[in-house]
Design a binder for this molecule. Structure first.
Ligand SMILES: *Cc1c(COP(=O)(O)O)cnc(C)c1O
Length: 375
């Protein structure tokens, strides 16, 4: 669902900041190709617009999760190289070939289906191979590397790339990183000369050893925090504003919201905003007397969300603003330059990735900063 009235929540995506973030990461990964991960509608920013801006910045390799996302990128970017992280969906090989999508093959079943299609059409269609080095998510098991090598050798087939994925890259000192790096090295021994890729955003920031021939940043492109416990160096890309619906006065002792979970210890001024959990403003961001919730940015100041977040509204204590009272229709910053996505994610006990991709369709998306794009 897309509202176009422009009266509801406004998501502003700074494509210039997105491009600058890609350039900054590309500098760090010097010597390796810097791809761009644009899965989940480019982390909520809009896959066509984001991919186009990233391509203009210099990105040529794109990672999506699903074939549908791959088709969206292909439509926007006829000459991009597109990898589908979820792999080959059964029966979809013809679609991948038609759209020039490369499956990231992670099982013997996927490999057989892809190779059979190559044999049938007498063409070595490109793909990547994913080996699991410690997540038990997608990927061949390490002990399948020899079988995979022997299987493709018989057909003289070679993948475009061999990859794996780090489980704990957000904590650079975690020993699992070194373990996975070593295991990945053992896989690569089976595929000499094939380009390799291991690093997500955090892996990219962790050091050269993790770069190999291609890095795969996602969250850092969109301004999110990749590495825990460090200052986030990325530019803010996404800003979300929600409209004030009503400003009301309330008295000491009165309660706020469902469950009466917040009672006022002073006479207060409250702003009711048109943004709730149905918009992706997680209920875990609610504030009770026992536990503070999210803060939002109103008229130059951080103000607490109090009471339970409802489906379509939430309530903000704006008493501290004094006479500087926002007007109905005015936007309140839910996250952006003044309320970091990751601070808010911390309050909800989640990660910035989830807040970005939890945004539902009930907002208008505005793109700014795309002046660098060729006309
Ligand atoms: C999502 C994903 C990435 C990007 O990760 P970020 O932490 O967002 O940089 C890279 N590789 C794989 C396999 C992924 O699933």
């Amino acid at each position: 669902m897309k509202l176009t009235s422009g009266l509801g929540s406004q998501l502003t995506v700074d494509l210039g900041a997105l491009a600058r973030n890609w350039n900054a990461l590309d500098k760090v990964s010097q010597g390796a190709l810097t791809a761009a991960v644009v899965k989940a509608d480019a982390y909520g920013t809009g896959i066509e617009m984001a991919a186009t801006a990233l391509y203009a910045a210099g990105a040529r390799f794109f990672f999506v999760a699903t074939p549908d996302e791959g088709i969206a990128v292909r439509t926007a970017l006829p000459s991009a190289h597109i990898f589908v992280l979820n792999g080959l969906y059964p029966g979809a090989a013809n679609l991948y070939i038609r759209q020039n999508l490369m499956p990231v093959i992670s099982s013997m079943d996927m490999l057989e289906e892809w190779l059979n299609k190559c044999v049938e059409r007498n063409e070595a269609y490109p793909s990547a191979f994913h080996f699991d080095t410690g997540m038990n998510r997608l990927g061949f098991r390490l002990n399948e590397a020899v079988t995979v090598r022997e299987r493709i050798a018989r057909l003289s087939y070679a993948p475009q790339m061999v990859m794996s994925h780090l489980a704990c890259a957000d904590i650079p000192s975690h020993e699992k990183n070194r373990t996975q790096l070593a295991l990945f090295g053992s896989v690569l021994n089976q595929f000499p000369g094939i380009p390799a890729s291991l690093a997500n955003s955090a892996g990219l920031m962790t050091g050269r050893d993790y770069h190999f021939q291609m890095v795969r940043p996602g969250i850092a492109l969109y301004g999110g925090r990749a590495v825990v416990g460090r200052k986030n160096p990325m530019a803010t890309v996404v800003t979300l504003h929600a409209p004030v619906l009503q400003v009301r006065e309330a008295r000491t002792g009165e309660t706020v919201g469902y469950g009466a979970s917040y009672s006022l210890s002073r006479d207060s001024r409250l702003a009711v905003i048109g943004h709730g959990y149905a918009d992706g403003f997680l209920r875990a961001l609610s504030g009770s007397n026992a536990r503070p919730g999210a803060k939002v940015f109103v008229r130059g100041r951080l103000c607490p969300v109090i009471g339970k977040i409802s489906m379509d509204q939430s309530i903000v204590d704006i008493t501290e603003l004094g006479p500087n009272v926002p007007k109905p229709g005015e936007g309140v910053e839910i996250f952006g330059p003044n309320v970091s996505l990751d601070e808010q994610a911390d309050v909800a006990g989640t990660i910035g990735y989830e807040l970005l991709t939890a945004l539902k369709g009930r907002y208008t998306r505005n793109y700014v900063g795309n002046g660098y794009l060729p006309e």
